[in-house]
Design a protein around this ligand. Structure first.
Ligand code: TA6
Length: 304
């Protein structure tokens, strides 16, 4: 099975408001999904036919709602209960634009964290691929991600987080990190306006401990730095909802890894899942026929 870790899950509430603007009142229907990055990864992995177990913290009535929703989706969950309520995250989708409002999340006590670490050690015994995603809840430092990576050092740990949580976790030697261009720019505090600068910048994260790097470049595809360096070119698509595309691309990568595919195929899966999510209204959702079509149009070139 593949283990997904979401320490700061959320109920993702989506509003589709085509003429959204500030300073106005809108009446809109809400769509809810179990969210936080790792739960989007879980849902896409499940749609790709993988067995997944989702872990992290859940609390209060929002926590119960997420647990029940995962059960309805046939996704195994094994969360630690927190005394503090799980958050809501809001996404407002306009025409080709999105506004996100992300709550900070539950406060996790030292006791709850210790309980989780013991639980995680047990879950590691049964899972080879570990996807750790998202922000950290209050009460948990970046050191925690470093520890989770270290504990999983004999496994393949995919870590998708940003800022200081990412920097601190690099010493734990995650198998893969997946920053986007903006996140890399924020970390390095330098303009990254050429492919050469992007590769050089990403390589500094490898020097800090990441084993492999998938640098996403939005509509310009991605650069992968592993044993070799690859540029991935993607076809133009009509974006409907980009929320969860990064998470879907993590799921695509983990799926390829799980099935021992060659790296070129893994990268194609990763991109196709991200794009399929962006082409759908739903967050953390993919369509298998769409993926099949997209895979034919993605070009993976070895550039170094
Ligand atoms: O990637 C989109 C999304 O996963 C939403 O589902 C929302 O829950 C949010 O990001 C959470 O991100 P965070 O970085 O705060 O954990």
């Amino acid at each position: 099975m593949i283990l997904t870790v979401t320490l700061n899950p959320a109920i993702d509430v989506r509003y589709e408001i085509s003429d959204f603007n500030i300073d106005k009142i809108f009446r809109a229907k809400s769509f809810k999904t179990p969210g936080g990055k790792g739960l989007n990864v879980s849902r896409v992995l499940n749609l790709l036919g993988n067995s997944v177990v989702a872990t992290g913290f859940l609390g209060g009535s929002n926590g119960t709602w997420i647990k029940n929703s995962l059960q309805n989706l046939n996704i195994n969950s094994s969360f630690i209960e927190s005394a503090s309520e799980t958050r809501n995250c809001i996404a407002i989708l306009g025409q080709g634009s999105q506004t996100e409002i992300l709550e900070p999340g539950a406060e996790i006590s030292e006791f709850e964290l210790k309980k989780f670490i013991d639980h995680y050690k047990n879950l590691l015994l049964e899972n080879e691929i570990i996807c750790i995603s998202g922000s950290l809840p209050k009460g948990i430092s970046g050191e925690t991600y470093k520890l989770l990576c270290e504990l999983g050092k004999n496994k393949k740990v995919i870590l998708d987080t940003s800022g200081t949580s990412l920097i601190e976790a690099l010493q734990g030697n995650p198998f893969l990190i997946k920053p986007n261009q903006e996140e890399l720019k924020a970390i390095l505090q330098t303009p990254l306006d050429t492919q050469e600068k992007l590769i050089k910048g990403a390589l500094t994260l490898r020097d800090k401990g990441a084993q492999n790097i998938l640098l996403s470049l939005g509509k310009n595809g991605a650069i992968y730095i592993g044993d070799d360096i690859y540029k991935i070119d993607i076809p133009k698509i009509q974006v409907i909802n980009p929320v969860g595309s990064g998470d879907s691309s993590v799921a695509g990568f983990a799926h390829g890894l799980k099935n021992n595919l060659p790296i070129e195929e893994i990268l194609k899966y990763s991109m196709a899942c991200g794009m399929s999510n962006a082409m759908s209204n739903e967050t953390g959702f993919i369509s298998l026929p769409v993926i099949e079509e997209l895979m034919k149009k993605i070009i993976v070139k070895k550039i170094g």
